[in-house]
Design a protein around this ligand. Structure first.
Ligand SMILES: NC(=O)c1ccc[n+]([C@@H]2O[C@H](COP(=O)([O-])OP(=O)(O)OC[C@H]3O[C@@H](n4cnc5c(N)ncnc54)[C@H](O)[C@@H]3O)[C@@H](O)[C@H]2O)c1
Ligand SMILES: O=P(O)(O)OC[C@@H](O)[C@@H](O)[C@H](O)[C@H](O)CO
Length: 376
C-alpha cells in the first residue's frame, strides 16, 4: 500500500505519517522544506517521542520524501500509484497543493481516497473543490468514479519541535483520527487509532469547538497576560476561568445540537483541559494562536459556536471575551495578527470583526465582542 502525504511538519510526521507507516503503508512525504525532505531520504526513518512520564519512543520507518517544489512530476507519478493521499499543510495551503493532486488523480486507474487532515469543518470537501478547479467536466466525472473524498477530524497536540535531530518529533500520547467512511471508495484499511463514522459533523464539531476553542481562548487570553506557553496560561486562574466558561458555552451547543450525554461530554472537556496542562509539552501560545484571521472565520472555532448560541437565545459571553482577546492579539511575527491590527486601525473593532468573520452587519455578536474588548 502506498500513501502520499502532503506536509512533513509536526502533525504530518508526528501523527499521520506515523499511523500510516504503522498500518503498513509505504509513506511518501511531499513537502517544500528541502532540509526535511533531504533528511527523510537520507535516513528513511525518524523517531517519535511520547511526552509523558514514561518517555516512550518509537521509530517510524518505510518513509521517503519528495520535494514538491522541485520534483512535481515525481509527486504526480506517486499519486497515480497511491492508495491514499492525505494532507496536513494548513487550511490556507490546500489551494496550493490542489493542482499537483489533480494532475496525479487524472492518471489513476484504480480506486483511492484523498483525506485532508486539517483543523477545519469540511476540510476534504474544500480540498476537493480546489482539486476540481483543475479538471474539466470529463475528468471530474472519472475522478468522482474512482476517488473517495472523506472528511476527517484529527486530534493530537504536536508543538513546534526544538529537537537537535531535524526529523524526530515529540507528541502527546493521546491521539484520535475520525474518518467519514460514507464518502470513502473501496475498503479502507484498518489503521490503529482510526475510527470510521458515517456522519463526521458531530465529531469534527466536538473536536474543533472543544479542543481548538479551548486552545484558542487559552492562547489569546494567555498572550494578553504575557504568558508564553499553553501550560502557563491554563494554570493562570483568570485564563482558566475564561476557558472553562467558553467550553461550558460550546458544551451547551454541542449537547443541544447532537444529543451528547452531558456527563460524558463533561468528562471529555475535563480530559482536554488536562491535556493543556501536560508538563512534558512546551507549546507556545503563538503557535496555538497562529493565523487569527482564519480562527475568526465564520465557521471556525470561536465565531461559529458563538453565533449559533445566539441563534438559540443564549448569550456567549465568554466566547465573546475570547474573540475580543483574539482581536487584541498583536504578535508582530504573525502576518494575520498584523493585518487584524491594521484593520482595527482602519475600520474600528466592529468593522474589523465583521470583515474578518463575515458576520452580517449589525450582528448581535459584534456588539457583544466590542463590549468585551473595551473591558479587557
Ligand atoms: N500541530 C498540531 O497540534 C495539529 C493537530 C491537529 C491538526 N493540525 C493541523 O494540521 C495542519 C498542519 O499543522 P502542523 O502543526 O503540522 O503545521 P506545520 O507548519 O508543522 O506543518 C506544515 C507543513 O506543510 C508544509 N507545506 C507548506 N506549504 C506546502 C506546500 N505548498 N506543499 C507541501 N507542503 C507544504 C510545511 O513546509 C510544513 O512542513 C494544520 O491544518 C493544523 O491545523 C495540527
Ligand atoms: O492548528 P491550528 O492553528 O488550527 O490550531 C492550533 C492548535 O489548537 C492545534 O494545532 C491543536 O494543537 C490540535 O488541533 C490538537 O489536535
Amino acid at each position: 500500500m502506498i500513501a502520499v502525504h502532503f506536509g512533513a511538519g509536526n502533525i504530518g510526521r508526528g501523527f499521520i505519517g506515523a499511523l500510516l507507516s504503522g498500518a503498513g503503508y509505504e509513506v511518501y512525504f511531499a513537502d517544500i522544506n528541502k532540509d526535511v525532505i533531504d533528511a527523510l531520504n537520507e535516513k528513511g526513518k525518524y523517531e517519535v517521542r511520547l511526552a509523558s512520564d514514561e518517555f516512550e519512543s518509537f521509530i517510524v520507518s518505510g518513509v521517503k520524501g519528495i520535494n514538491s517544489n522541485e520534483n512535481q512530476e515525481e509527486v504526480i507519478a506517486k499519486i497515480a500509484e497511491a492508495d491514499l493521499i492525505t494532507t496536513a499543510v494548513g487550511p490556507n495551503i490546500l489551494k496550493f497543493v490542489a493542482k499537483t493532486i489533480a494532475l496525479g488523480l487524472k492518471e489513476k486507474k484504480t480506486e483511492a481516497n484523498v483525506i485532508a487532515c486539517e483543523n477545519m469543518i469540511g476540510g476534504t470537501d474544500h480540498l476537493k473543490s480546489e482539486i476540481f478547479k483543475h479538471l474539466n467536466e470529463e475528468e471530474r466525472h472519472s475522478v468522482s468514479e474512482l476517488i473517495g473524498f472523506p472528511n476527517s477530524a484529527v486530534d493530537r497536540i504536536v508543538p513546534i519541535q526544538e529537537n537537535e535531530d531535524l526529523l524526530s518529533v515529540s507528541v502527546e500520547p493521546f491521539f484520535e483520527w475520525v474518518i467519514e467512511q460514507s464518502k470513502a471508495k473501496g475498503n479502507m484499511p484498518s489503521i490503529q487509532g482510526v475510527t470510521y463514522v458515517d456522519d463526521l459533523i458531530p465529531y469534527i464539531e466536538r473536536k474543533l469547538f472543544t479542543v481548538n476553542t479551548g486552545h484558542a481562548v487559552t492562547a489569546y487570553a494567555g498572550y494578553q497576560k504575557g504568558l508564553a506557553t499553553v501550560k502557563e496560561a491554563i494554570e493562570d486562574t483568570e485564563v482558566r476561568r475564561l476557558v472553562e466558561g467558553a467550553l461550558n458555552e460550546t458544551s451547551m451547543l454541542l449537547v443541544k445540537e447532537y444529543g451528547f450525554d452531558e456527563g460524558e461530554h463533561l468528562n471529555y472537556v475535563k480530559k482536554i483541559i488536562a491535556r493543556f496542562e501536560n508538563k512534558h509539552i512546551s507549546d507556545e501560545v503563538t503557535r496555538v494562536g497562529r493565523s487569527p484571521k482564519r480562527k475568526l472565520g465564520f465557521d471556525d472555532r470561536l465565531v461559529a459556536p458563538a453565533r449559533r448560541l445566539l441563534e438559540k437565545g443564549i448569550s456567549p459571553d465568554d466566547l465573546a471575551a475570547g474573540i475580543a482577546a483574539c482581536l487584541k492579539y498583536d504578535f508582530d511575527k504573525d502576518e494575520e495578527a498584523v493585518e487584524i491590527q491594521q484593520l482595527i486601525q482602519a475600520k474600528g473593532i466592529s468593522g474589523a470583526l465583521q470583515e474578518v468573520s463575515q458576520l452580517p452587519e449589525n450582528h448581535p455578536l459584534i456588539g457583544l465582542v466590542e463590549e468585551k474588548y473595551h473591558k479587557l
